[in-house]
Design a protein around this ligand. Structure first.
Ligand code: NAD
Ligand code: UGA
Length: 428
C-alpha cells in the first residue's frame, strides 16, 4: 500500500518505519526542514532504542520529505501524527491538526483513507470530516478513521509491532475503511476493537487517564505508608498480584510526566467540564501528581536545614528511562525547585539534555562528574545505569551520605551496607 505519514516525531517516525517494515511504501512528511534533512542524511532526530537501525533496514520503502502535496497525492492512506499539546487552560491545541487538514484538502483528487493517530479530544474526527465536506471535498473521495496509538516511548517499535489491541473508530456509514485497515495491518496479530470515531477517541483518553490514576493512587498510598513506616514497594507487590489490579504502574516516586499523561488527563478534564460534568477523579489525580515534588522537597529540607548551601547531584533529566524526551519531566520539575532554592545542582542523564538554562544548575557529561563532592544524590529517572551503581565507589566520591531514591527503584539494603543513608518515599 502507498502510505503518507504526516509528522516525523516519536509517533510519526515509528509509524512510518513499522509500516515500511510491514512491506508498504511510506513517505513521512514533516514541516521541519532540519529534521527531514537529518533523516535524509541517516540521522535520527530523537533517541528511541532500535529506531535508527529499524529505519536503516527499511530505507528502500521509506522516504522523508517536506513536500506534503507530493506525499498525499500518491498515497491512498494518510496518517496524521502531529502534536496535540496543551493550551494554557488545559484544553488541547488542535492547531497542528487543523493545519494538516487545510494542507491535505486541496490534494485529495483520488480516494484517501485519512487516519488520525494523534490523540485528539472527543468529537475531533467528526469535525475533521465536516471540515473536509465544507471544503467541497466529495464524500466519495475520502473517509476518516480514528486509530489511536498506545506505544510507550523507550519501547515504541516493539509496542507498535505487538499491540495489545488495534482500536479503529469509524463513521456510522463507513463500510470501506475497516478492510483497508485490516489489510494494512495484516501482519500484526492483535484483537480489533471497532467502534465509533468518538468511542475510539475516548478509549485513548480513558486508557491514559486510568494509567495516571494508578500512579497517583500508589503515590498517595506511599504518603500514607510513610506515616506508618510501611514499605510501599511491598504494598505494590501485594496488591499487584491480584489480577483485577495487576502489577503495572504501581511504582511510587516523583510522579508521572511526559508529553502525554499530563496533557491528556488535563484535556479529558476539560472535555468533561465542557459537558458540565465535574470530573472528581481526574482532578484528584492531577492534585496528587502536582504535589508529588513537594514531598521530596520537604524531605530534603528536613535532611538539610541549610539546603541552599548543598551540592545536589540529580541523576536523570528525561521523563522516564530509555528516552531523551524531557517534555513535562518530573526530573526537570525537581531541578527547577532546587534551582529556586539556590542549591548547587549538578544534573546528569545518559541521553537527555536540560530543556532550558536555570540558575545554579549545570549539566555534566558523566556520572562521576555529577556525584563528585555531592552532599546528596537524587535518582530522578530510573535508568538501568543508576540502578546498577557501585555504591561503595559512590560513597568515596561524594561529600555527604544521602541517597534520595525519587523512583523507589534502588536496593535499600545494598546502599545502607555501604554506609550511605537511603531515602525513598514510603519505604518504611
Ligand atoms: P512530536 O512533537 O514528537 O512530533 C510531531 C511532529 O509533527 C513534529 O516533528 C512537527 O514538526 C510535525 N508537524 C507539526 N505540524 C506539521 C504539519 N503541518 N506538517 C508536517 N509536520 C508537522 O509528537 P509525538 O510525541 O510524536 O506525538 C504526536 C501525537 O501522538 C500526539 O497527539 C500525542 O499525544 C500522540 N501520542 C504520542 C505518544 C508518544 O509516546 N509520544 C504515544 C501515543 C500517542
Ligand atoms: C504513555 C502510555 O504508557 C502509552 O500507552 C501511551 O501511548 C503514551 O503515554 C501516550 O499516549 O503518549 P509514555 O508517556 O511513553 O507512555 O510513558 P509511560 O511509561 O507510560 O510513563 C509515563 C510516566 O509515568 C513517566 O514519567 C514514568 O516515570 C511514570 N510512571 C510510570 C510512574 O511514575 N510509575 C509507574 O509505575 C509507571
Amino acid at each position: 500500500m502507498n502510505i503518507c505519514v504526516i509528522g516525523a516525531g516519536y509517533v510519526g517516525l515509528t509509524t512510518a518505519a513499522v509500516l515500511a517494515e510491514l512491506g508498504h511504501e511510506v513517505c513521512c512528511i514533516d514541516k521541519d526542514q532540519n529534521k527531514i534533512t537529518e533523516l535524509n542524511n541517516g540521522k535520527i532526530p530523537i533517541y528511541e532504542p532500535g529506531l535508527s537501525e529499524f529505519i536503516a533496514k527499511n530505507t528502500n520503502r521509506l522516504s522523508f520529505n517536506t513536500n506534503l502535496e507530493e506525499g498525499v497525492k500518491k498515497a491512498s492512506i494518510i496518517f496524521i501524527c502531529v502534536g496535540t499539546p496543551s493550551l494554557a487552560d488545559g484544553k488541547t491545541n488542535l492547531s497542528y491538526v487543523d493545519a494538516v487538514i487545510n494542507e491535505i484538502a486541496p490534494c485529495i483528487h483520488s480516494y484517501k483513507t485519512i487516519i488520525t493517530k494523534s490523540t485528539v479530544p472527543i468529537g475531533t474526527n467528526e469535525q475533521i470530516y465536516e471540515k473536509l465536506l465544507a471544503k467541497k471535498i466529495s464524500p466519495e473521495l475520502f473517509n476518516i478513521v480514528s486509530n489511536p496509538e498506545f506505544l510507550r516511548e523507550g519501547s515504541a517499535i516493539y509496542d507498535m509491532l505487538h499491540p495489545d489491541k488495534i482500536v479503529v473508530g469509524l463513521r456510522q456509514d463507513d463500510t470501506q475503511s475497516l478492510p483497508i485497515i485490516q489489510e494494512m495491518y495484516s501482519r500484526i496479530q492483535a484483537p480489533y476493537i471497532v467502534t465509533s470515531l468518538n468511542g475510539a477517541e475516548m478509549i485513548k483518553y480513558a486508557s491514559n487517564a486510568f494509567l495516571a490514576t494508578k500512579i497517583s493512587f500508589i503515590n498517595e498510598i506511599a504518603r500514607i505508608c510513610e506515616a506508618f513506616h510501611i514499605d510501599v514497594n511491598d504494598v505494590s507487590k501485594g496488591i499487584g498480584l491480584d489480577p483485577r489490579i495487576g502489577p503495572h504502574f504501581l511504582q511510587a516516586g516523583l510522579g508521572y510526566g511526559g508529553s502525554c499523561f499530563p496533557k491528556d488527563v488535563k484535556s479529558l478534564e476539560q472535555i468533561a467540564l465542557s459537558k458540565q460534568i465535574h470530573p472528581l477523579i481526574l482532578q484528584a489525580i492531577q492534585t496528587v501528581n502536582d504535589t508529588q515534588i513537594d514531598v521530596y522537597i520537604h524531605k530534603l529540607k528536613t535532611l538539610f536545614p541549610d539546603l541552599h548551601t548543598k551540592k545536589i547531584a540529580v541523576l536523570g533529566i528525561a521523563f522516564k528511562p530509555n528516552t531523551d524526551d524531557t517534555r513535562d519531566s518530573p526530573a526537570e520539575r525537581l531541578i527547577s525547585r532546587l534551582s529556586q532554592l539556590t542549591c548547587d545542582v549538578c544534573a546528569y542523564d545518559p541521553k537527555a539534555k536540560l530543556s532550558r538554562d536555570q540558575h545554579h544548575v549545570r549539566q555534566v557529561n558523566s556520572l562521576d562528574e555529577a556525584i563528585k563532592g555531592a552532599d546528596c544524590v537524587v535518582i530522578a529517572t530510573d535508568w538501568d545505569e543508576f540502578k546498577q551503581l557501585d555504591w561503595a565507589e559512590m560513597k568515596k566520591q561524594m561529600n555527604g551520605t544521602i541517597i534520595v531514591d525519587g523512583r523507589n527503584c534502588l536496593n535499600r539494603k545494598e546502599i545502607e551496607q555501604c554506609g550511605l543513608r537511603y531515602v525513598g518515599v514510603g519505604r518504611g
